[in-house]
Design a protein around this ligand. Structure first.
Ligand code: ADP
Length: 247
């Protein structure tokens, strides 16, 4: 499917008189991998907060899907339900529970926080747990406690927990931070694979990791898009060089 999944246009956000997002426009297609880079304070986190409904823009539009549905009046929970999942940098898995139990909770919890109480997994749910674990490469870790997993494995578990909600757009904050080389390679392949069937936006500081993703890159600066294109294209842009190396 071609077209646009998410379109942000002319969005601005002001915090106490400071324009953190300044007339920002951004669009992503339904099966696209995109990296967002930019120096500290560029507006990357605020951008993700806007898309997930945590921060309301002062002006502009944020529209979703074929029907160009506005996200601006939706609650964070509604936005999550229509298919936008967000992965924060630090994994928030249930350390005392097994990988299977974490995934079962992720499958049940969106329906009701109480749906997990006294609930026994049915074979169909276990098939889904198995499929989610396999999708992120944790199929051999299902019986293990999440607290015993490596940092990388916890991140993948959290991604699998988000996938349980079948997001159409996944926002991922610095997925490679703190990972070993092998974990970074696994994460690269995982994100590339996930973006074959859904949109994935990766906010990342690590240029080497962005290079491996081999995707379109959006450079944010002072709350607006400074450059967009391949990594080589944007990093040869004199304005981008000035922002990263100058001043
Ligand atoms: P990035 O994630 O690219 O580092 P942020 O989106 O966190 O950038 O921040 C963009 C700018 O907005 C920064 O200058 C930051 O200090 C400011 N900012 C972010 N959130 C708030 C807030 N709640 N109140 C005031 N200023 C904020």
């Amino acid at each position: 499917m071609n077209g646009t999944l998410l379109e942000v246009s002319g969005v601005s956000v002001t915090f106490d008189g400071f324009r953190a997002i300044n007339n920002l426009s951004f669009a992503i297609g339904p099966a696209e991998l995109r990296a967002i880079i930019g120096p500290n304070g560029a507006g990357k986190t605020t951008f993700m907060d806007i898309v997930t409904g945590k921060t309301r823009p002062d002006e502009g539009k944020v529209v979703w899907g074929d029907m160009a549905q506005s996200l601006l009046r939706m609650s964070e929970a509604q936005i999550a339900r229509i298919g936008i999942g967000r992965k924060f940098q630090r994994p928030t898995v249930f350390e005392d529970q097994t990988v299977t139990e974490n995934l079962v909770m992720a499958l049940r919890a969106p329906r009701s926080p109480f749906a997990v109480l006294g609930w026994r997994a049915k074979p169909a749910d276990m098939d889904r747990v198995q499929a989610l674990a396999t999708e992120v490469g944790l199929e051999d870790a299902l019986p293990r406690k999440a607290g015993e997993l490596s940092h990388g494995q916890k991140q993948w578990l959290e991604i699998a927990m988000l996938l349980a909600q079948e997001p159409k757009l996944l926002l991922v904050d610095e997925p490679a931070a703190g990972m070993t080389l092998a974990e970074r390679e696994h994460t690269t392949r995982l994100l590339v694979d996930l973006a074959k069937t859904r949109a994935v936006v990766v906010v990342e500081h690590d240029m080497e990791f962005v290079r491996r993703l081999d995707c379109r890159v959006t450079v944010l600066h002072e709350g607006a898009v400074l450059a967009e294109g391949s990594l080589d294209h944007v990093t040869s842009n004199p304005h981008v060089i000035e922002v990263y190396l100058g001043r």
